[in-house]
Design a protein. Structure first.
Length: 737
């Protein structure tokens, strides 16, 4: 990798780290800092305070690029950068300036591993100086160990993510931008500028950025690059019931890894790091690259090579479309600039999807004819069947890979094709911590859900992977061995965030006349969403009979015991509201299935229920049937927390006639017709007759009055119907139908 790029990477991060360490107010720590090897390293790296650059005669000093990058992030005049007092404090909630209502929350002073215990912002979170000192000491100790080799770049990013994700960047007005996101964006922007200028053979940064900055502000220096993988859902869920449990979760993780590898392949070929990654999740990514012919060529090569890999291995099931938009510093600073840049990129991807394949590729596909022969019993492919297995090579590999998918943490990408293929020349294999320590290989190592590890220098990824099953036998959820009653069914949940695309592009445009819509905020926002759905989701599921099949950037698919799926859906929705300060909503569908139902049918039916919820106005839930659609608050407040508990309390004392009573009520509810009110008279008569034989007459009179009131309301009687159904499902015993 280019030595200047390395130097710029470390200089930009060390500049930011110096601001954290320079804020030391503890006398003992200050002495350590001023005499430490870390401080010497700062100087040895040709580090120079940006405020001193004006005195510098070295016109190719990389500090000018860092200075310019910070001016773009801060949206301030180049001459003013670095003059204001840096005051690092608690991280403010990224949702404070999101949407049309200003809020004022912040997070506790904490590190990434501590955040699992307290993930939500608070109105009055105080800055903990003692915890801040521990963070400073950790940075001091770790910097002393760094030799600033290229191989340590990711380690330094990991260190900053772990220690500074919940510290503010220290810039007034940007308290909602984490120190980590600000630092990595400074690196990403300054590196992109350097590579652009290098392509122009321009090395006089001082003249260009300070004396002629107006002309440079018009240059198309950057390009926002995005890709979207089509077919993910079908690829995961296309498998039949036979053998599905053995590889369903590994299919999901496998596609996540292909997406992550696509990101890293593009960055490595472009001479860049994950500091230039703005977002990755759900088969989608945004990256900030220099606007050079080399970058454009690399993007085209990556897109072509991966689509060829997909065609060769998965036919037309998977396809990746890239889009890009070149832009200038001025566009980055303009009020509508960020929104327009994202819109151009997404438009480019949409156009690519309309013409997925060239005429030559289509002709080649047609020449292949219809493939015949024995099919894989899992995915129905007729390619690469393994002798004696009745399965294709990919399904066999996925089954082997899936055995301990939840327990496995480390994964290595090699140019050996013995593992799961990630492209035509690389594959992924599991690797142990011990093997990593003993290996001298420079292969890329990924770590899944690694909150605590002081020495890891590979790439951290987050994955919703919770399960309570040892063997992925989802039929156990229907058997309900832990309960003595309840309908023997599996439930599937599918949900996603409403209008996330708009939120991503324009969520910060509604306050401050668009001033808040910056790359730094979209970067922090997107990482916030990924952490919720790909990391913290595992915390919500502890000790439940549930399995996460897929949790992308905003999309969730969960299987489990039917009643616990409902409980989890309510918890997820309430936590999401709290996480976003009630500024974003979810839509969800829950399907109920017999244990032998193929996974692809569960996924399709539940997806249709989710679509019904969205079609009804979003922020809704559709349960079991397309007619059972409710606003989320209505379901939680008026059914789940009100009517269902009332019904439970009443019928627990009416065991001998409870079920027949409920079925008669359901029959009368379904006969209810506002134009022919005979059912209203029938239910009044029926309730009066039952009152005569009720065990607890006072309780029955109270319930009867509630029931008559509910019956008079179109809205409430629909709620009662669902609550009664849920109660029947809860209490049904073996052999009942």
């Amino acid at each position: 990798m280019n030595d200047k790029v390395n130097q710029l990477f470390f200089s930009a991060l060390l500049h930011r780290i110096d601001l954290v360490l320079g804020q030391i107010d503890d006398a003992e720590l200050k002495v350590i800092y001023q005499t430490s090897n870390g401080r010497e390293v700062l100087e040895q790296q040709q580090y120079q305070k940006l405020s001193d650059l004006k005195k510098d005669t070295d016109r190719d000093n990389l500090g000018y690029l860092i200075l310019f990058a910070e001016s773009l992030i801060n949206r301030e005049n180049l001459q003013e950068v670095g003059r204001q007092q840096t005051n690092i404090s608690n991280l403010a909630d990224i949702f404070n300036k999101f949407g049309n209502s200003r809020t004022n929350r912040s997070f506790e002073t904490q590190t990434m591993d501590e955040s699992r215990r307290n993930i939500f912002g608070e109105e009055h979170a105080s800055f903990d100086q003692d915890k801040f000192k521990k963070i400073q000491l950790r940075l001091l100790n770790d910097i002393k160990q760094i030799s600033f080799e290229e191989s340590e770049k990711q380690y330094l990013l990991n260190l900053l993510e772990k220690t500074t994700s919940y510290l503010s960047c220290g810039i007034k007005g940007q308290e909602d931008i984490s120190f980590y996101d600000y630092a990595r964006l400074t690196v990403g922007i300054s590196t992109a500028i350097y590579l652009f200028l290098q392509s122009q053979e321009e090395v006089d940064y001082r003249t260009l950025l300070t004396d002629q900055q107006e002309s440079f502000y018009q240059e198309k220096v950057f390009q926002l690059v995005s890709f979207d993988i089509s077919g993910i859902q079908n690829f995961i869920y296309k498998i039949t019931s036979q053998g599905a449990h053995k590889q369903l979760r590994s299919r999901s993780f496998y596609l996540d890894m292909i997406s992550e590898w696509m990101v890293d392949k593009l960055l490595r070929d472009s001479n860049l790091t994950r500091a230039n990654l703005l977002y990755a999740g759900g088969g989608h990514a945004y990256l900030l690259l220099p606007n050079t012919k080399k970058s454009t060529r690399i993007i085209e090569q990556i897109e072509q090579s991966f689509n060829q890999f997909f065609l060769s291995n998965f036919s037309i099931d998977l396809y990746v479309a890239f889009g890009s938009a070149e832009f200038s510093p001025n566009e980055m600073l303009s009020i509508d600039g960020i929104q327009n840049i994202y819109r151009k990129v997404n438009h480019g991807i949409s156009n690519k999807k309309l013409t997925r394949y060239s005429a030559q590729v289509i002709e080649k596909l047609n020449q292949g004819g219809k493939k015949v022969g024995r099919e894989c019993i899992v995915c129905h492919s007729v390619d690469n069947l393994v002798a004696g297995e009745n399965k294709c090579q990919l399904c066999v590999s996925l089954e082997n890979f899936s055995r301990d998918i939840q327990k496995d943490v480390f994964f290595e990408v090699t140019n050996s094709m013995e593992g799961l293929p990630l492209d035509a020349n690389h594959s992924m294999q599991k690797i142990s911590r011990e093997e990593i320590k003993n290996s001298e290989s420079r292969n890329i190592i990924y770590a899944k859900n690694l909150f605590q590890d002081h020495e890891f220098s590979g790439i951290k990824i987050w994955n919703g992977d919770y399960t309570d099953l040892e063997n992925n036998l989802f039929s156990n959820y229907a058997q309900r061995s832990w309960a003595h009653k309840g309908i023997k069914r599996i439930a599937a949940l599918r949900c996603d965030v409403d209008d996330l695309g708009y939120a991503f592009m324009a969520g910060f445009s509604e306050q401050g006349q668009g001033e808040n819509n910056t790359f730094s905020r979209t970067a922090t926002f997107s990482r916030s969403m990924s952490m919720f759905f790909k990391a913290y989701i595992n915390e919500f599921l502890q000790e439940n009979h549930l399995t996460v099949i897929y949790a992308g950037g905003d999309d969730v698919f969960v299987l489990g015991a039917w009643d616990e799926v409902i409980d989890f859906t309510v918890l997820l929705r309430q936590n999401f509201r709290k996480w976003t300060n009630e500024k974003l909503t979810l839509s969800a569908g829950i399907g109920l299935f017999a244990d032998k139902t193929p996974i692809n049918i569960m996924a399709r039916v539940t997806g249709e229920l989710e679509d019904k919820a969205k079609d009804a106005g979003k922020n809704r839930i559709c349960l079991f049937d397309q007619h059972e659609v409710f606003e989320f608050d209505e379901f939680i407040d008026e059914i789940y927390q009100e009517k269902l508990p009332i019904i439970r309390d009443f019928f627990k004392n009416e065991n001998d006639k409870g079920n027949s009573f409920i079925y008669k009520l359901l029959e009368l509810i379904r006969q209810r017709d506002n134009t022919n009110r005979i059912a209203f008279a029938r239910i009044a008569y029926y309730l009066s007759r039952l009152e005569e034989v009720a065990r607890n007459k006072q309780a029955f009179i109270s319930f009867k009055q509630k029931m008559k009131n509910w019956f008079d309301s179109d809205r409430e009687i629909k709620q009662v119907e669902l609550a009664l159904i849920l109660y029947v499902y809860e209490t049904r015993k073996e052999g009942q139908h």
